[in-house]
Every structure is written in C-alpha cells, then in structure tokens.
Design a protein around this ligand. Structure first.
Ligand SMILES: Cc1ncc(COP(=O)(O)O)c(C=O)c1O
Length: 392
C-alpha cells in the first residue's frame, strides 16, 4: 500500500532538512473510500462512520467508540454524559493545569466547572499528590491528560478516584497507542476522549472519538452528539451537534490500516531522539519513557532547565531559523490563558505548569520524519549550546 504524505520527507528534504511539526497520511484505500462515498451520494453518518467506530473500538480494546466532530467535542460530550450519572450543572471536574486549552474549554462547554491541579515538570502530567486537595463535595470526575502521549500516573489516579467515588475520563487526544503497565491507555477510565485532528496517529483530518465499555454511556453519547435527541425527535438532554461525516470516516479507516506502521515509526523516532538528547541532559528536561510504560508519541518536548546562560526563546529562535518547526509547550490554562481570568487565579498559583510553559517548546517526531532529520535536530541543538558557551 502506498502512503501519500501531505508533508512528506521528500518535501522536508527539498526544504533543506526542514523538520515540519505535523503530518497526515492519506492512504490509497482512503481515497477509494472517499470516492465511493461521494458516488453513493450519502455523505453524512453512514456505513463508513459505523465501520470506523467498530474498527477504532477494536484497535483500542474497548466495546464501544462513538465518533464526534473533534477531540474537544469528545472531551465535552464525555463530561456532559456525567449528567446521566447524577451530576448537576456547575459540578466540578479535576483537570491538569498544563494542557492544550481544549481540555479546560470542553469542561466549560459541557456546563461544568474545571478545577485545575498543577502538573509535574518531569512527566508534564497531573501531579497525583495534589489531586486530593482539590476534591470538594461537588467533584464528579478526574480528567487526566496523557500529554505528548506519555501516560499519566494511572495507578494513583485510579486509587484516588475509587476512594472518593469519582469517575475518570481520560483525555487520550495525544496518546493513541500508549500503554501503562501493559494496559492500553484509554481503558482505565469509564470513558476516554481522542482527538483525530491531523497531527495525531489515527486521524480523520478533523474528528474525535469517545470510547467506553458501558452501553448506557454509549447510548447517552450517541444522543449527545445529535442535539440530545433519543429515537426520532425527542430531545432528552441538552446536546451538541457533533457528528462525523463519511469522508472523514473514510480517511480514518485508511489510517487505522496503517496504525502499526505509523506508531512504529513514531516510536522509533522518539527512542532515537531520546538517545541523541542524553548528552543534553544538563540543559533540558525532555520526554522520557519509563520501563513500565509505552509512549504513544505525539511530539517531543524540550524544557530549558533553570540557571542556564540561555533562554527558551533563544533556543526556539535558533531551531526555527534552522527550519525546525516548533510550538510552545502549551500554557497553564488557569493563569496564562486570559480567557480563564474569570476563575480568579493569579500567576504563581500553578508554578510547575507555568514553568513548563515559560521554559518549554515541542517539536515533531511524526512518521514523515527520518533519522537524518533527527540527527539534524541534535546537531542544531548541539551547536546552539556550544554557541551559548556552556562548555560541551
Ligand atoms: C490534550 C488535548 N485535548 C484535546 C484536544 C482537542 O482536540 P481537537 O483539536 O481535535 O478538538 C487536543 C488537540 O490536539 C489535545 O492535544
């Protein structure tokens, strides 16, 4: 099977070793399915969406997968499903302070209140030791995010959830194919939310999926994505309009077929870059894989340690000038996103998340990046460190 890459390695080579941040793989099979869907003149939810949901559930080891329009919708619908589990409007969901802003937005979109907990700079994930202090009588769920595809500390999170009778919704947007102690990420909580945006391993270009083993929740999610309607036209709950279409599902189906290839290539890239970066350990905190986990690589983060003679901004300027695409390492949602000022937090309330944001960036390690590109990344970073007179 040939793979048509939107941002292919050859393009990267043409751009003189430019290393792009994201990519999307559209297979020949996906192209055929797209054409077939167009010819069938049935483009809203139909047989391809259904087939994609079934294959997705099978791939991620769950009974049900409910497709939606985006990863943000996946988070929001999973949160809104809590109303059928006894939650009331305004109840609280615990969310890590550092994530893509969608993790907080989705909770608000569902009519619930995000309560933010700081992260750990060595994992980027929610600090389980700080969760209990954030639990109140209104807390209904914990929503850990597996940032960069690195699993959150699910042992401790699940133990806290059990003890306080809280539901767990995993934000697995960035963690396709990740595992924690031999168990697939996305199978720990009652629901998991995935983004199928172009940068992720399984993509439908835009799209999302909520997975669960609970048939009742699956029925609620199906209703929620279609305006809260049950049956033909009875609006049972306040819903969303968040449906996937046949063309997106066709891309997704093609992508699932090459999932192992994409995951394998991303993992090869991740392990290679981790090895290359060992020499930079005194300067950076970067993504690491522990023996008990398997990262489902999304991207590679680099955090500049404290007390060095250079800043994150200088590093970013250097790598960008060398054609290595980068993104800031997100923000502390409650204190660095102006849209969250209404919650009343002040800068300094989430020091670890703020540190990661102020000192961190992330770069691509996707399937269209070759080892030579990663050698180039290491070379550019090495030269930068030398230039900054740090002595290596
Ligand atoms: C952690 C996290 N949650 C949620 C989302 C939202 O997904 P989408 O962009 O598909 O709405 C993203 C986006 O990639 C994400 O990284």
């Amino acid at each position: 099977m040939t793979i048509d890459h939107a941002n292919s390695a050859s393009l990267a080579a043409k751009a003189k070793m430019r290393v792009p941040f994201g990519t999307v793989s559209i297979t020949d099979e996906a192209k055929q399915l797209i054409n077939a869907a167009i010819d069938a003149k049935w483009l809203t939810r139909g047989k391809y969406v259904q087939a994609f949901e079934e294959k997705f559930a099978e791939l991620f080891g769950v009974k049900y997968a409910v497709s939606v329009s985006s990863g943000t919708d996946a988070d929001a619908l999973a949160c809104a499903a809590l109303y059928d589990e006894g939650a009331a409007r305004g109840d609280e969901i615990i969310v890590p302070a550092l994530s893509f802003v969608a993790s907080g937005n989705a909770v608000l979109q569902a009519g619930l209140t995000p309560v933010f907990v700081d992260v750990r700079r060595d994992t980027l994930n929610i600090d389980p030791d700080k969760i209990e202090a954030a639990i109140t009588s209104k807390t209904r769920a914990i929503m850990p995010v597996h940032l960069m595809g690195k699993p959150a500390d699910m042992d401790q999170i699940m133990a806290i959830a059990r003890q306080h009778k809280l539901l767990v919704i995993e934000d697995a947007a960035e963690a396709h194919g990740a595992e924690y102690r031999g168990k697939k990420i996305g199978t720990f909580g009652r629901m998991a939310a995935y983004s199928l945006y172009a940068a992720h391993i399984v993509t439908s270009i835009e799209g999302g999926m909520v997975t669960t083993n609970d048939q009742k929740l699956r029925d609620v999610l199906i209703s929620l994505r279609n305006h809260g309607i049950d049956g033909k036209f009875t609006a049972k709950r306040v819903g969303f309009s968040a449906k996937m279409n046949e063309l997106e599902a066709a891309v997704g189906l093609g992508n699932i077929k090459i999932f192992d290839q994409i995951l394998g290539k991303r993992r090869r890239n991740l392990l290679y870059l981790i090895d290359k970066f060992k020499i930079f350990e005194p300067y950076f905190i970067f993504l690491k894989e522990e023996p008990y986990e398997k990262i489902g690589p999304h991207a590679f983060h680099i955090i500049v340690r404290e007390g060095l003679p250079f800043s994150k901004d200088q590093l970013v300027a250097q790598i960008e000038a060398a054609g290595i695409d980068s993104r800031n390492l997100f923000y502390s949602i409650p204190t660095q996103c102006p849209s969250y000022a209404f919650l009343g937090h002040k800068l300094g309330d989430f020091p670890e998340a703020e540190f990661c944001s102020d000192h961190g960036t992330h770069i691509g390690i996707h399937q269209d990046i070759e080892l030579a590109d990663l050698d180039y990344v290491a070379e550019v970073v090495g030269k930068f460190i030398k230039k900054m007179n740090t002595g290596i």
